[in-house]
Design a protein around this ligand. Structure first.
Ligand code: FMN
Length: 223
């Protein structure tokens, strides 16, 4: 089983998002999965031009030749795809959105409908699971509303939304302890996904554990 993460944080390997992704992938690896982690910021990904040549002229192939060729191959080889992004202006980053737009060659011009939702049929039938990973700077859960709505389209098997995300990169030892505790839960989630294909309710609940009170967080930020 292969877990592949695509991190849409412009801060790449040093991002808070990547700390969560790494913990999750470490758990999956412990559970026997093969793992790969792509920092989208390190790749050249042009914007989709909307020409639909990848449907009508050269099915499955984009007319642009950039790093998306490699990333598409990776994407197709995954059993579990993890989309990672910090919240930027209440949404996923432009980097992740651009990547998702460029997945269009994997679709066909045939429409499917389920419970009133319309989508395009996959050009090659794939059985994949999806995981959404995000963190935001503010304490409010409302910051994830748009990202949640966007990811609901792929019916994710697991969603990890971490508020107070600034804490993930702290150098303050007392805070590092609680962050480590949280990342252990994320690791456990990766392990369960790899071994039983889903994350149990207890682990899911622990993923929402507060890292500190809002008052403490505001003090921590020094604002
Ligand atoms: C351009 C920009 C927009 C942001 N917008 C939001 C926002 O709408 N809500 C929020 O809670 N945090 C927002 N943040 C804060 C980031 O989500 C936060 O710093 C996060 O920890 C960055 O994660 P990363 O290290 O994975 O990139 C924004 C940050 C930037 C740079």
């Amino acid at each position: 089983m292969k877990f592949i993460a695509f991190n849409g944080s412009p801060a790449g390997v040093n991002s808070a998002t990547n700390r969560i992704i790494e913990a999750f992938l470490n758990g999956a690896k412990r559970g026997g999965a093969q793992v790969e982690n792509y920092q989208l910021s390190e790749y050249k990904i042009n914007q989709c031009q909307g020409c639909f040549a990848c449907w009508f002229q050269s099915p499955g192939k984009c007319v642009m030749h950039d790093d998306m060729e490699k990333l598409l191959r990776a994407y197709q080889s995954a059993d579990v795809v993890c989309f990672g992004s910090p919240v930027y202006s209440w949404n996923m980053t432009a980097l992740l959105k651009n990547f998702v737009d460029r997945l269009v060659p994997l679709k066909s011009p045939l429409i499917t409908q389920s419970e009133g939702n319309f989508d395009m049929i996959d050009s090659e039938k794939r059985v994949q699971k999806y995981v959404a990973i995000s963190n935001c700077g503010f304490p409010g859960e409302n910051n994830f509303a748009i990202i949640k709505a966007a990811f609901s389209c792929c019916n994710p098997s697991l969603e990890i939304y971490r508020n107070c995300g600034k804490l993930l990169k702290t150098k303050k030892e007392s805070v590092q302890e609680v962050v480590a505790e949280y990342l252990n839960v994320v690791e456990q989630a990766g392990y369960e996904m790899a071994t039983v294909g889903e994350v149990c309710e207890t682990t899911q609940e622990q993923l929402s554990m507060p890292l500190m009170t809002i008052q403490e967080y505001v003090q921590f930020l020094g604002m």
